[in-house]
Write a protein that binds this ligand. Structure first.
Ligand SMILES: Cc1cc2nc3c(=O)[nH]c(=O)nc-3n(C[C@H](O)[C@H](O)[C@H](O)COP(=O)(O)OP(=O)(O)OC[C@H]3O[C@@H](n4cnc5c(N)ncnc54)[C@H](O)[C@@H]3O)c2cc1C
Length: 328
């Protein structure tokens, strides 16, 4: 029997397939090859018509089948409806592995699915592999990021969530039309416990800026105060960069939590990451070490951030940044 890796294709509020789906689909191709006779398929829960409309969007993801669960009631994400539909479908499909993006929606639905299916879920993985026994080996930081643990799941499906930007989507050479398989949806007896009355979009732009930024300038404790972050922002504006922060900078009130990069913040992969006054603790670097080029500015030449940097400037950020602003 063909083994299946099923990926949750999250539909965003703006009616797009969340980019994390394409990242997981690409990684899953590698896992499928290691599993041997395996298929990578998508689980799409949406209002009627979306599976057909999105057929094109899936074409480059390398998936073989789209299991479409369509119903008017899936117009907006509701935990109870989505979880019930997903669990029913997974019980039928019986995938070997189920991967879900660690987005707000993914973090909500994944534990509900795993609990209902009596299986394990490894959350916020930073690495996925297939071990010599053909099991999913899901790696994630543990003990406050001091250790990386590889976790195996005894039951099926073996479930994992992965944050956006941890893996890369496929290059444009995997054209493969996917077959759409419509599944019955039964939402009888499901009590909707929460009603969405209104939706207010968050006004800060940092989240999206960081997600799509090609250049990120991030500040840590070394930026010291609001004046320091103003300087950082001035530099970022000069070079067209988004501003990020270490957790300490967030805790000091210099930046909002949306701007935090690292284990308990965001994972980013810009073309250029400039770390200013950041020591390079593992909990921070885990969220940015896949950036294409890293430049660190730190007055301590032994700061660990230099170990993962392509270029380093040893010196005081309050002297270096004004010089850079002037140069640019
Ligand atoms: C469970 C857990 C989760 C965590 N999650 C995250 C996370 O998501 N993101 C995160 O960032 N951290 C996280 N942390 C915290 C992390 O361990 C570090 O404490 C934090 O990253 C350190 O922030 P920092 O580099 O800004 O500060 P510090 O480690 O204090 O480093 C400040 C650096 O600035 C340099 N400096 C000071 N003054 C100047 C100057 N004038 N010019 C140049 N350089 C200067 C210093 O030499 C030093 O290297 C987490 C910790 C735990 C336990």
């Amino acid at each position: 029997m063909v083994k299946e890796i099923l990926i949750y294709a999250e539909v965003t509020r703006d009616n797009y397939i969340h980019t994390v789906f394409f990242e997981l689909a690409n990684k899953a191709q590698e896992l499928a090859e290691k599993l041997g006779d395996a298929e990578v398929n998508a689980l799409l829960i949406s209002k009627p018509g979306l599976a057909d409309e999105y057929r094109e969007a899936f074409i480059n993801s390398g998936i073989s089948k789209i299991y479409a669960l369509e119903d008017e009631r899936f117009d907006t994400y509701y935990t109870e409806y989505f979880a019930k539909a997903a669990v029913d479908a997974i019980n039928e499909i019986k995938p070997e592995i189920m991967l879900i993006g660690a987005t707000n929606q993914g973090r909500d639905i994944a534990p509900r699915i795993s609990t209902a299916l009596h299986t394990g879920l490894t959350a916020d993985c930073t690495g996925l592999d297939i071990n010599e026994k053909g099991q999913l080996a899901a790696t994630r930081p543990t003990f406050g990021g001091q250790l990386m643990a590889t976790i195996l799941c005894k039951n099926m499906p073996q479930m994992a969530t992965v944050r956006p930007k941890v893996f890369k989507p496929a290059e444009k050479d995997n054209i493969k039309p996917a077959e759409i398989i419509y599944k019955m949806v039964n939402l009888n007896d499901i009590e909707k416990k929460v009603e969405l009355l209104e939706f207010h979009k968050k006004l800060t732009t940092e989240i999206n800026e960081l997600d799509s930024a090609e250049i990120i300038v991030a500040g840590g404790r070394g930026m010291k105060n609001d004046e320091g972050f103003k300087l950082l922002k001035e530099f970022a504006d000069k070079i067209g960069a988004a501003v990020g922060a270490s957790r300490v900078a967030v805790e000091m009130g210099l930046a909002s939590h949306d701007m935090q990069i690292g284990q308990t913040g965001k994972t980013v992969t810009p073309k250029l990451y400039i770390a200013c006054g950041i020591s390079g603790a593992i909990q921070h670097t885990i969220g940015m070490d896949k950036s294409e080029k890293i430049i660190a500015i730190n007055k301590d030449e032994k700061a660990p951030i230099f170990e993962i940097s392509d270029y380093g400037m040893v010196g005081d950020v309050f002297e270096i940044l004004p010089q850079l602003i002037k140069q640019f």
